[in-house]
Design a binder for this molecule. Structure first.
Ligand SMILES: Cc1cc2nc3c(=O)[nH]c(=O)nc-3n(C[C@H](O)[C@H](O)[C@H](O)COP(=O)(O)OP(=O)(O)OC[C@H]3O[C@@H](n4cnc5c(N)ncnc54)[C@H](O)[C@@H]3O)c2cc1C
Length: 705
């Protein structure tokens, strides 16, 4: 029999995604130990609807490169709750719940430091607050907060989107199976991988005894422990990594409750008792049915692991009744389902992930690892459906398939800009070079003009602990991060990541003394002295993002930023900005924030409006430039009430459009200083950025009445 080009071990989402990339053009065999594909995605169909025994919250269809019919998305946007010492605290955000725990101000301020600190100790946080944080952390992590790397500890502050699809996450698994031509054989546990010079022998045990096949390459898409069993004989960074990954266990208990009159909540975390998290789904298909999923993880799961299903379901009902959100007598439990998971997900500890490098994905020349736990570059979430899918797609690329522009750390999309590099010498300017650059931040701007799941995934892969750079290797800045965050915000997804990024913006760039945001992270130095300190566009852009992502939490920073901008506005009504070769971009960012920051900013807005109007040319443009005109139109749209001026600008912009969009214009300028000499970068759009500005302006600025 001909050898398979690729054998994929494990038909969880990672294995299916790898096979999905490869199976269209390669001869691929997928071997799955269980009786079904899907791994930790396990949707159960019942007459009264579907419920999830594994991955619960809705997957994001943008991750999948083909359509998935998962049915309607049902949102659960009710308040969340924290059960602490017998008391139930309700709120719309985690911060609101924590704020109501009675923690004193010093403690609350310490939370941010603790979550970002490399030390696992939390000396300033009292026991109750620490338990509350852990309770929120365990909505998705099956381990103790203190065990995790700082990049993940902030997940404790994330309010999760408890939305779910009507047909369940199983639709995703089915879509993968329907989509690709690879052969999936279930009930086959792979027991042996022997790497030889010309291929790999894959041995497995199934209903017909032991069998084997030859493969040119193998993707091992099982959890770490199983991968280690298969590769244990090998040594190197990959097997050392596999040895260090520990998992937390968990039990998912699902109850179908008929006519239970429960207070409407999205989910409740509990710092006490057996259950860690209760998630409520109000199943639309059957009126009166509430599907309640209770998670019991880590040491609490260990304590009841050996109990009977009936006993565990009864414990859950008891704790539910004790919450004080309504009583559920046994007669209202229409059905119950208990599923034990020995390995819910990895504990993202320094010991396991501290030395992670791309070499950890290659245990041997012909073998590549996939699986949610491998999706890590210091900031990614090495857990969850998205991580699993992306890791599978990356593995497909690594075994040699040209899988297109993959959203993986290290892969790159095309540069969006061209920089002319000039040395400014006493004898005059000396043109040194022309380089293609701009591989990250301006992709965020493109997303604000048009959705693009490929770009979204790429940007997610380029995050450096929730922040972004202008391009790989440049280091993160406030404005580059803001450009990407605005793009991700426009996509309407990624709420959890954006909350983390918002916290990082404040930690790294906010200067509480003058109320502004710096361009560079605290403690870092610029390539020239003028890079340091706060500036108007960074302040306006960052504060606006905070006001969109978590307005209540960042009210103080937003108010300080508005005051900063009022102080820095010139008498004529404009704002200084050093990065963009534009006068209207700083105005757009400033008025977008000030227009929503209350009566105190009304005079500043009026002055800005007058200044913008005064700069419009006869032909309706601002200096005959597309970006300048677009930013002016967006600024006036944010201010409102300049319809005639806006309409003339729109007409000019629409007339400037060519067959391939709008011609590229300058987008950035800056210089470096070394030994007193200056190297000046004048950066122009290579074709897409100017069009993105214009597309956005035409969409957001009002049409002529
Ligand atoms: C209770 C629970 C709730 C969750 N909730 C969410 C959520 O809300 N959102 C979210 O994004 N994620 C959630 N997750 C996590 C998500 O389900 C996983 O991250 C993801 O499904 C992992 O996919 P994977 O392919 O990496 O691994 P798995 O799904 O574990 O797949 C590995 C596959 O390999 C097979 N296998 C193992 N050994 C062998 C062998 N020797 N030979 C052949 N096959 C083998 C296994 O049977 C399995 O099918 C949840 C998980 C659990 C358990």
């Amino acid at each position: 029999m001909d050898p398979f080009e690729v054998v994929v071990v494990g038909a969880g989402l990672a294995g299916l995604a790898a096979a999905g990339e490869l199976g269209r053009r390669r001869r691929v065999l997928v071997l799955e130990a269980g009786t079904r594909a899907g791994g930790k995605v396990e949707t159960i169909r019942r007459d009264d609807g579907v419920h999830e025994r594994g991955a619960l919250f809705a997957f994001d269809p943008a991750w999948i490169p083909f359509p998935v019919d998962a049915g309607e998305l049902e949102l659960e946007d009710r308040p969340i709750g924290l059960s602490l010492d017998g008391r139930l605290i309700r709120g719309d955000t985690v911060a609101a719940c924590l704020g109501a725990t009675g923690a004193d101000i010093l403690e609350s301020m310490s939370v941010g430091c603790y979550l970002g600190s490399p030390s696992p100790q939390a000396p300033m946080i009292g026991a109750a607050l620490s338990r509350a944080l852990n309770a929120f952390f365990r909505v998705i992590h099956p381990g103790d907060l203190a065990e995790y790397v700082p990049a993940r500890r902030r997940d404790a502050l994330v309010r999760h989107d408890a939305a779910h699809f009507r047909h369940g996450n199983g639709a995703l698994v089915q879509a993968f199976l329907d989509h690709f031509g690879a052969e999936v054989r279930t009930g086959r546990r792979v027991t042996r991988l022997s790497v030889e010079t010309d291929g790999v022998t894959v041995g497995w045990r199934g209903a017909h005894g032991d069998e084997q096949a030859q493969a040119e390459r193998v993707v091992v898409a099982t959890p770490a422990r199983e991968a280690l069993e298969l590769l244990g004989g090998l040594d190197g960074p990959a097997t050392r990594f596999l040895r260090s990954v520990r998992y937390g266990r968990g039990i998912a208990v699902v109850l179908g409750l008929a006519d239970a009159e429960l207070e409407p909540l999205s989910y409740v975390v509990s710092a006490d008792g057996t259950v860690n998290t209760f998630v409520f789904h109000h199943a639309a298909r059957t009126p009166g049915l509430t599907v309640l999923t209770a998670y019991i993880v880590a040491e609490r799961a260990a304590a009841v692991w050996e109990h009977g299903d009936h006993e565990i379901a009864a414990l859950v009902r008891e704790q539910l009744n004790a919450l004080g959100i309504g009583a559920v007598p046994a007669a209202k439990v229409r059905w119950s389902d208990v599923r034990r998971w020995p390995e819910v997900g990895p504990i993202v500890s320094q010991a396991a992930y501290g030395d992670f490098s791309p070499a950890c994905l290659h245990p041997a020349p012909r073998i590549v690892l996939a699986g949610d736990y491998t999706w890590w570059d210091g900031a990614q979430m090495p857990y969850g459906m998205q991580a699993a899918i992306l890791s599978g797609r990356r593995a497909a690329a690594l075994v040699g398939e040209g899988a297109g522009a993959l959203p993986t750390p290290g892969s790159r999309l095309a540069p969006l800009a061209v920089s002319l590099v000039t040395r400014l010498t006493d004898a005059g300017p000396l043109v040194k070079d022309s380089v293609r650059d701009g591989t990250i931040a301006f992709y965020g701007l493109l997303l604000t003009a048009a959705p693009d799941p490929g770009i979204e995934q790429y940007l997610l892969g380029e995050a450096e602990d929730g922040l972004w750079a202008y391009q790989q290797g440049y280091g993160v800045t406030a404005l580059d991060s803001a450009l990407v965050m605005e793009g991700l915000l426009a996509s309407g997804r990624h709420a959890a990541l954006l909350e983390t990024s918002a916290a990082r913006l404040v930690d790294e760039f906010f200067d509480a003394d003058d109320g502004g945001f710096r361009t560079l992270p605290h403690g870092s130095h610029g390539r020239a002295p003028y890079w340091e300190g706060t500036d108007c566009p960074a302040t306006a852009f960052c504060a606006w993002l905070l006001s969109r992502i978590a307005p209540a939490r960042y009210a103080a920073e937003c108010a300080a930023a508005a005051a900063y901008l009022r102080r820095r506005q010139s008498l004529s009504g404009e704002w200084p900005g050093q990065w963009f070769p534009s006068r209207t971009i700083p105005a757009f960012y400033a008025v977008r924030l000030l227009a929503t920051s209350g009566a105190e900013s009304a005079a500043a807005c009026r002055r800005a409006g007058l200044w913008l109007r005064s700069r419009q040319d006869e032909d309706g443009s601002w200096t005959g430039a597309v970006i300048e005109t677009s930013a002016a139109l967006l600024a006036l749209a944010a201010l409102g009430g300049h319809d005639e001026v806006v309409a003339r600008g729109r007409d000019w912009l629409a007339r400037r459009r060519g067959g391939a969009g709008w011609p590229g214009e300058p987008i950035l300028h800056y210089w470096f200083e070394e030994a007193g000499a200056r190297t000046y970068y004048h950066t122009a759009d290579a074709g897409r950025i100017t069009s993105a500005w214009a597309t956005r302006a035409l969409r957001e600025a009002p049409r002529r009445a």
